[in-house]
Design a protein around this ligand. Structure first.
Ligand SMILES: [Zn+2]
Length: 217
């Protein structure tokens, strides 16, 4: 319910309040790699969520919101050769992983805070059977103190994807460009001084609730 007198003008594209919208900075980067973002249903409203930036910037992204699917093909709604896909996996050593990252057709990334991503991992056992692309971020997350993650290597979805694209042979300019937009978002959220409890966005993707019929006395 909207409180009277409190009107926050929000962007029609990204739904963020206008003060923290970064739609003016989006650049489209065509890639040969495909990308599937599996998003926890509770992540889609986070003001600092970075998946929307990826969706706006990368034409080959598919955003899938939910908790469990039977397989990658089921999540994507098409037949795919799963052997040519890898799931992004944060790992301290960053040793194991796909031998031929450049031969991949696509990558899967789980979007959500670390605990939500863990839920997705647990609910979808087929992810465990996929190739893993392990990432070892070179620097701490651009989030800084705005969103605390338990370990240094837990960076945002955007940063993971940007790094993975470079590892898979896409132009490093894409990684740099995505970082620029994300830095702008984090800076604008900081400048706007949005309190933690207000960093939720109005829901859009959920169908409106049908009101219960009023019982006649
Ligand atoms: Zn916007």
């Amino acid at each position: 319910m909207l409180r009277p007198g409190v009107v926050i003008e929000s962007c029609e594209i990204c739904r963020r309040p206008k003060a923290v919208c970064v739609c003016d900075r989006i650049v489209s980067y065509p890639t040969s790699l495909r990308l599937v973002i599996l998003q926890h249903p509770q992540e889609q409203d986070a003001l600092l969520g970075s998946a929307q930036i990826l969706v706006a910037s990368l034409p080959k992204v598919q955003l899938v919101i939910g908790l469990s699917w039977r397989s990658l093909g089921h999540a994507m709604g098409e037949d795919v050769d799963v052997s040519k896909w890898a799931v992004l996996f944060p790992e301290r050593d960053g040793r194991s992983g796909v031998r031929e990252a450049s031969a991949l057709e696509g990558i899967v990334v789980l979007d959500g805070t670390w605990s939500k991503a863990k839920t997705l991992w647990w609910r979808n056992p087929w992810l465990n059977r996929m190739n893993r692309l392990t990432l070892k971020p070179k620097q701490p997350s651009i989030y800084g103190k705005l969103r605390a993650e338990p370990k240094r290597e837990y960076v945002s979805t955007l940063e993971s994807v940007a790094l993975a694209l470079t590892l898979c042979g896409e132009s490093p300019e894409i990684e740099a460009g995505l970082h620029r937009v994300f830095r702008t978002l984090v800076q604008r959220v900081r400048d706007a001084d949005v309190p933690k409890e207000a960093r939720k966005l109005p829901r859009r993707t959920r169908p409106p609730r049908v009101p219960k019929p009023v019982k006649e006395p």
